[in-house]
Ligand binder design. Sequence first.
Ligand code: ZN
Length: 363
Amino acid sequence: MRLSKHAMPVRLALLAAAGMLAAAEPTEESRLLAACQTLRQVPLSAPDLRVLADFARTTEQAPDLRSRAMAAYAAAVLLQGNTNTFARAQQVHRTTFPDDAALLPLTAEQYTAACADCGGGGRRAGTACPACLGRGHIFKLSPLVHTHYTALLEDIAARCRDNADFAARFLEASRETRDDARIERLHALTNQFARRPDLAPALALLDDALAKRAARQLAQEEREARQRAEREVAALRTLAEGPDCTRAIRALRDHLAAHPNEPAALDLQALLEELVAKQERQRLLRNVWTALAVLLGLLAAIPVLRFLLVRQHVRKVGPLPGMGRIDKSAFTDPLSLTAEDSRARVKRKTARIPPPDSTGSTD
Ligand SMILES: [Zn+2]
């Protein structure tokens, strides 16, 4: 049963009315139950029979119980031998509860017998039979009447107990404040009393409790999802503040792809763009530093290269051209001269070094 929100006040009114009925019924029904229990022991107890009759007349009471009370009362009248009153009561019962004729199936066969004196003819020796007053039959109860009366009393008592049980458990369920426990009670109640015609308030209450629980669970799930999302966003922000830019960008992209419509998506998108720009700046800076390092490396390498290049050049240089034609004996290594040689050379103004044997004679 699905009721709209507008039906809520109506439903509450129904529930309240049902609660009032549930509270009101047991008193009348408990009196009926007590009467039935007494009548089982004392079948013709007058005050208890009056309880049956009163209950049958009270239109506020449950029809099934009223019908049975009326049938039981009629059967009691028959047990007292009042066949005319029984016939009228049976007629009233049939008129008031046309569907319940089977509750009072007693016919004349169950309470009359053919008159033995007149053989059922009603006349004897030309006059009305004194034994049966000319009717041809006499009052004779079948044991079935008592059996049927007892069965009716037991049925009424069982229904009263059932109603009391149902009312008590319904009240208990409606006073239960925890959703789960209330649902459990109402499930058990509506299953056990599935055939009751007055199950609508219990079903409405069950429906209400199920809707409340579903709403509560939904709210709980939403709250958890929101908290989880907040934690994820916080973790992403922490990651974005950390040193690993690439990992943060990847995590942000994955998160945005998975949750494109979450509340923090715009902020995260801005954060992602900021990080991408930062990474780009870092890349440029790195390139500049690399270029600078290469440049410095080159500058440092130049003298080395130059030294290497020059040494290679010197190694290639051979004797100067024409050196082969020079008379090497005409040159003297100045370092091989003695002091006397040097003085002699100054005197003669020559670079030539005189042979060692001629030095003394020339002086
Ligand atoms: Zn007779």
